[in-house]
Design a protein around this ligand. Structure first.
Ligand code: NAI
Ligand code: MG
Length: 372
């Protein structure tokens, strides 16, 4: 039996292509692992009414880690319209399989390192090295949503909050409610993960991102929880910033920041911003980490515009492989993947379209594998 079992989840569109690129790297690495393939994504929604079929959930219960490409998600109406005729008219509700996977397996830490590899022409500034910790299971992604809004809920809001009064007269389907739910335990554990990371990797500061001056209840709780965790790490500085202000400050002076931690949606936003500062979505990698399982992925989606063309950049995915190797304890292999990526970027000979080149997804993977 192999030492590791790694679930292989290509998904849709370019997800399939970047995982083929990852395969090229794994072949060269000769990791003692097997790679069972899991079904996930749009085609399984269309055919089976479930983009994360039970067999995939079962598979994920019996692996050490998973590598995920990307899936296509569409709004509710479009999603239902694309179901095969046999499933039309059934009350099926599309939910993003990656969001579900994060919640089902309690993958509460979303870790997104954004490092500017030297001499990448796409770097916003040389030397950027930011790490985003995004809470991955709660907040506006909790999935507690109402549209149309049930009468009981409307009555409750009408009674409990004067500021809500203008909505009380609306028809149920003329408004919608998405609940932002943040728990103290959920907030504390993500902040703790950020501080533990900072301590382990000798980072100087953790910045807590929120909007507690307006979203007083839920972000107020997040900030409060963050402060109580920070008190346990006197060796690491902590500051905090509003989500709107931080987007501006990050652009103005990214070197003032180090590790950032945020509730789910704000974390999603700043990680795209930080990814763009180090080359864009072709370079943004991500780990979804729980107590027993971790799922690694590029941050980008399925990019339907480029699907089937083998032209997108696989570096984001290959850096996700590096994170996976680190998580598995294969530190030497992780270092060698990172070194190979850095060298290929620095040489600038093999470049995908986003880097101003004409090389294919697979050519990039081969170039990186050749340096291993
Ligand atoms: P996207 O990330 O798929 O692509 C946006 C654009 O970014 C692309 O058109 C391309 O210009 C660029 N890009 C993305 N990946 C790249 C790469 N590896 N190399 C070079 N350039 C790259 O976002 P979009 O178009 O908003 O969403 C497409 C689909 O993906 C949607 O159905 C969306 O729901 C889904 N999605 C899935 C995610 C996931 O599976 N984790 C995350 C984000 C979106
Ligand atoms: Mg995103």
């Amino acid at each position: 039996m192999a030492k590791y079992r790694i679930a292989w989840l290509p998904g849709d569109g370019i997800g399939v292509e970047v995982l083929e690129a990852a395969e090229v790297v794994f072949e060269k690495l000769r990791l003692d692992a097997e790679y069972p393939v899991g079904d996930i994504g749009w085609k399984f929604w269309r055919k089976e009414g479930d983009p994360l079929p039970p067999r995939t959930i079962e598979l994920l219960k019996h692996v050490d880690a998973a590598l995920f490409g990307a899936v296509t998600s569409k709004p509710v109406k479009a999603a239902n319209a694309e179901l095969v005729p046999e499933l039309q008219g059934k009350t099926l509700v599309y939910r993003s399989p990656i969001v579900r996977m994060r919640q089902l397996f309690d993958l509460y830490t979303c870790l997104r390192p954004c490092k500017a590899y030297p001499e990448n022409a796409l770097n916003f500034k040389e030397g950027i090295d930011l790490v985003v910790f995004r809470e991955n299971t709660e907040d506006l992604y909790a999935g507690v949503e109402f549209g149309p809004v049930p009468r009981e809920l409307a009555d409750l809001f009408g009674k409990s909050a004067k500021s809500f009064a203008p909505f009380a007269s609306l028809a149920p389907d003329d408004y919608a409610i998405s609940c932002k739910i943040n728990t103290r335990a959920g907030s504390e554990r993500i902040v703790r993960a950020a501080f533990e990371f900072a301590r382990k990797f000798h980072r100087k500061k953790v910045t807590v991102v929120h909007k507690a001056n307006v979203v007083r209840a839920s972000d107020g709780l997040f900030l409060d929880a963050a402060k109580s965790v920070a008190a346990q790490f006197p060796d690491i500085a902590m500051d905090d910033a509003n989500i709107d202000a931080i987007t501006m400050w990050l652009l103005k002076n990214p070197f003032n920041y180090d590790v950032l931690v945020a509730p789910n949606l704000y974390g999603d936003i700043i990680s795209d911003l930080c990814a763009q500062m180090v080359g864009g979505l072709g370079f943004g990698c991500s780990a979804n980490i729980g107590e027993t399982l971790a799922v690694f992925e590029p941050t980008h989606g399925s990019a339907p515009k480029y699907a089937g063309q083998y032209k997108v950049n696989p570096i984001a995915t290959i850096l996700a492989v590096k994170m996976m190797l680190e998580w598995l304890g294969e530190t030497d292999k992780a270092q060698s993947v990172q070194g190979a990526v850095a060298e290929v970027i620095r040489e600038g000979k093999v470049r995908t379209y986003d880097m101003g080149g004409r090389n294919s997804t697979i050519e990039m993977a081969i170039a990186i594998a050749a340096k291993l």
